[in-house]
Each structure stands twice: as C-alpha cells, then as structure tokens.
Ligand binder design. Structure first.
Ligand code: ZN
Length: 400
C-alpha cells in the first residue's frame, strides 16, 4: 500500500484526467482476479470481488484525483507534476481500496456475497460520483450499502465515526444589485450571517474539528456564508455570488430568508435587487445504523477505543459521496492520518499536506473488517430482505 500510495503521489492527476491512476488500479485489480470495468463515468474503475458463499452486495468507494497546489516538502515521493499534488489524501484512498480488495480476495472462499469497489475520478470538482452513477455503477449488481474513508487531520490510529452527520453541502446564490455602490454593505452583512469564525490558521481548523466531537457543541448549529465574489456590471450594478453552508435543512431555510432580509434592508426600496438560489448540493451524512454497526468490527481490527464519535458536520468541506447516499445508505469514516511526533499535522488542501503512512494499514484493516461484518450480518436473511431494511435505514438518516 505504501508503494502504491507513493507511486500515485508522485504522478498526481487532476479531476477528469486520472488516466494513469485508473490504469494502475485496473491492472492491480485484474492481477487479483477481480472482474474489472474501466471508463465508468470518465476514468472510473469498478472491480467486483465475488465471494464463494451466497450473500448481499456491498460497495466500497475510493476517490483518486489530485489538486492544483504548490508542491511543498521534499520526500522521495515528491510530486513530479508541476503545480499538482495530492493534498486531500486521495492517493491514500486508492491504496487503501486496493489493500482492502487484496485482503478480502485472500479470504474469498469465506466471503458471503460480493464487494463492489468503486474507484471514483473527479471528486474535487464533484462531477465523478454523478457520472459513475449515471454510467450504472450502482446497478448490475446493485449494492445494498456503500462505505468509504476520508483522510482526516486526526491522530493516526483513530477513526472518526460520524453518525447522521459528516460534511456539509452548499446552497449557491447570486445577487444582482442595480446600485453597485451598495455592494460592500451587502457583502459585509452577508458575512455577518456566518456563525463560524473565519479560518485564519490551522489552529482554528483544529478547534473546529474538536468541536465536531462534542455532543451539543457549537457546531450542532452553524451557518457559513462563504465564497463571496463581486463583479461590477457594465450598467453600474454589481453581481454578488456566494454560497451558504449550514448544519441542516432548518439552517439553510432560515439563511435564505435572512439573505433576502439583508437585501431588503440595505437596498431600502426592496425592489432594486434580484436574488436567485442555484441547486443545493446535498450534505454528506453517514447513515447512523451503518455507523453504529461498524464500531465493533472497526475496533476488533484496530483496537478498542480507536473510534471517535462525531456529533456535528464539518462546515468547511463537502463530498460528492453524498450523491451515492441519495441512492443507497452509505457511511464515510474519517481516518486519522496526522502524527505530531513525526511532524505530520497538515490539514487537507494545504500545500505541505502529507499523511502518516501507518494510516494505510489502519484504514484497510478497519474497512475490510467493516465490509466483512456487513456481508456476514446480512447474509442469513432471505433474498431481497436486506434491500427493504436498507431503505428504512436510508429514510431515517436522509436529510436531502
Ligand atoms: Zn478529499
């Protein structure tokens, strides 16, 4: 896994351009003897591992794209692609996905059912999951549930378990002001709707991450108005674009009303603006039932007390894993990849981002155990009953 991760890290590919990464994945899966489909929704790769005992189908998703970034640091596996780097750990996600495939393949005679591995391109521009689903990745065979991990700046050896929460979606808006001079006042008022402090440093981000582990903490409700851009129009007006990220449906609704209120107040007349909301991108919420059932197999694999319960969504990142969850119940876990003792503490999407590679084994062991447990605990049911149960679980946790 270390070798695979470093290979991918050295040759990072941007969203939609993951040719070599996809080839590496497909080659490895074929060597293992999995049934492999390539070109699924772009450079997506689907590998089907068929167990030798009857049982359900479960999916595991790993994303694989890199990001435009300054390349900081000089390890032997430094990125060879100028201005492109894996700063979100997707190189590790691929290595872990392949590690899980290898582990479960080695016990396929004991495996009840099948594991469908979805190696997803284009996560960073949130195009990949949509494209894979449109290309039939969740059909033939249709998985009953889907799992994933994401590298997180928590201590290596720990796994964040968010039940019913995870990462926030967003609600994009566009405001057209006839009087461009009022734009600064509008922008100030929009900013003041945020209940999340501006992220000035990694320490701020660390504090917010800690807040996610506090039940009823300050992140149980939040609104973040972010991505604000203003553009003057030729007729003296101004176009303001931005997005709302919030803790749940109620907060999104209230913030829409508050934005309208801000505009009515600042423009006084209430008539010389136009406000439009775009398509809301769904929150990534891990299915509570799947998360709860996974704690025991995770801790059996990597140690008692290794899971950290999480009670709030992170306001600053989204995930198109959310789109899979609109079809089947899904759970994403946050895999600790930081190690202050080794000086590895960087946050995702910062130029000096790196991981403690010990996280690879932790992640693969934990998730192989979760998948095996899922198949085992759903294998005894009469054919088709797991689907009904999954839908119930999905409705319960769905907030889209
Ligand atoms: Zn990511």
């Amino acid at each position: 896994m270390v070798e695979v991760r470093r290979q991918i890290h050295m040759w990072p590919e941007l969203s939609g351009e993951e040719r070599d990464t996809a080839q590496l994945i497909a080659t490895r899966l074929r060597e293992l003897g999995l049934e492999v489909q390539t070109g699924v929704g772009g450079h997506g790769v689907v590998g089907l591992l068929q167990g030798e005992k009857p049982g359900p189908v479960v999916a595991y998703r790993a994303d694989m794209d890199a990001v435009r970034s300054e390349v900081v640091g000089n390890p032997s596996y430094r990125s060879r692609a100028p201005g492109i780097k894996h700063v979100c750990g997707h190189d590790a996600h691929v290595a872990i996905g392949l590690g899980i495939a290898e582990v479960l393949h080695s016990i396929r005679d004991e495996l009840p059912g099948a594991v469908k591995f979805l190696f997803q391109p284009a996560e960073e521009n949130v195009q990949g999951a949509r494209a894979m689903i449109a290309s039939g990745a969740l059909e033939d065979p249709a998985p009953a549930a889907i799992f994933a991990v994401h590298m997180a700046p928590m201590r290596v050896g720990s796994i964040g378990a968010p039940a019913g929460v995870g990462l926030t979606g967003w609600d994009p808006f566009e405001i057209e002001l006839r009087d461009g001079d009022r734009a600064p006042a509008v922008v100030d008022s929009l900013r003041s709707l945020s209940t999340v402090p501006p992220l000035a440093s990694q320490a701020d981000m660390g504090a917010l991450l800690d807040d996610m582990t506090v039940e009823g903490g300050r992140l149980s409700h939040f609104v973040w108005v972010t991505g604000l851009r203003t553009d003057k129009t030729s007729d003296g007006g101004c176009l303001i674009r931005g997005m709302v990220r919030a803790a749940g449906d109620a907060e999104y609704e209230q913030t829409r009303a508050r934005i309208r209120h801000v505009l009515e107040r600042v423009t006084a007349a209430g008539s010389d603006f136009a406000l439009q909301f775009g398509e809301r991108f769904p929150d990534m919420h891990s299915d509570p039932k799947l998360v709860r059932a996974a704690i025991e197999p995770i801790e059996a694999a990597i140690g008692a007390g290794a899971t950290i319960p999480m009670y709030a969504s992170a306001p600053f990142f989204g995930e198109d894993f959310a789109l899979f969850q609109q079809h089947i119940p899904g759970a994403m876990f946050f895999l600790g990849a930081a190690n202050p003792d080794k000086g590895i503490a960087a946050f995702n999407h910062t130029p000096d981002y790196d991981i403690d590679e010990d996280a690879l084994e932790v992640g693969a062991a934990a998730m192989a155990s979760v998948l095996l447990h899922y198949l085992g605990s759903h294998a005894e049911e009469p054919l088709g009953s797991h689907e009904g149960r999954s839908e119930t679980g999905h409705e319960e946790s769905s907030r889209h």
